[in-house]
Unconditional design. Structure first.
Length: 211
């Protein structure tokens, strides 16, 4: 039986925390300096527009579109400079590929920086499909991206989802996938009590023993 894995991207395969927080802080200081504490503590992982609204707060929601545009401009120019793969990422992708395990990415990160990074790391050949929130004309959440991957490639319907946030775990459950929690990622301080976790990993290398 062919095995398959869907990976989250940021916080699971790569760490762009520095670049993202720097962008959040810079833009918030410009648009809403009184909300800088929120920019420093907001969870990385949700879609950009959702995060922008959380940072700005109710009183400044009218600035959401400006925030998003400024982030895209600033982040996409700098993302490669401040984003690193997590330890052993390339080695693990190679080993899984050699074992004929099909792999996909489903990420709330936008397509432009995602593909920019994947090509920079020379990872494109390892993935059967790469789905981002804006890969299609209608923006999609993680749950819908995973559902559509399974519809196009049914082998992924019986696979694993590896991610680092509660949203990843819930998306796995909604699509009947086994969820592997990357506890080194961004979601350590979230409430995981309602998430069905198949396994936890401290390092990407541990995937090889699970799959």
């Amino acid at each position: 039986m062919t095995r398959a894995i869907i990976f989250d991207f940021d916080g699971t395969l790569v760490n762009s925390e520095t670049a993202i927080y720097q962008c959040f802080q810079h833009i918030t200081h410009e648009l809403a300096p009184d909300r800088i504490d929120y920019a420093n503590e907001v969870l990385i992982g949700p879609p950009l527009e959702e995060t922008a609204k959380e940072i700005l707060g109710e009183d400044k929601l009218h600035l959401t579109e400006i925030f998003v545009k400024k982030f895209i401009h600033l982040h996409d120019d700098e993302v490669i400079l401040h984003t690193k793969p997590y330890p052993h990422a390339l080695d693990v992708l190679k080993k899984l590929h050699e074992k004929n395990i099909l792999m996909a990415i489903a990420t709330n990160k936008r397509e432009v920086p995602t593909i920019k990074l994947i090509d920079h790391f020379h990872w494109r050949s390892y993935f059967k499909v790469i789905e981002c929130s804006d890969s299609k004309s209608i923006k999609r959440n993680k749950n819908l991206m995973i559902k559509e991957i399974g519809q196009e490639y049914p082998v992924f319907k019986n696979g694993f989802l590896i991610g680092d946030t509660v949203n990843d775990g819930k998306a796995a459950s909604e699509n009947n996938l086994k969820f592997i929690k990357a506890i080194y990622g961004y979601g350590q301080n979230q409430n995981w009590s309602d998430v069905n976790i198949f396994k936890e990993i401290n390092d990407l290398n541990e995937i090889i023993k699970i799959i």
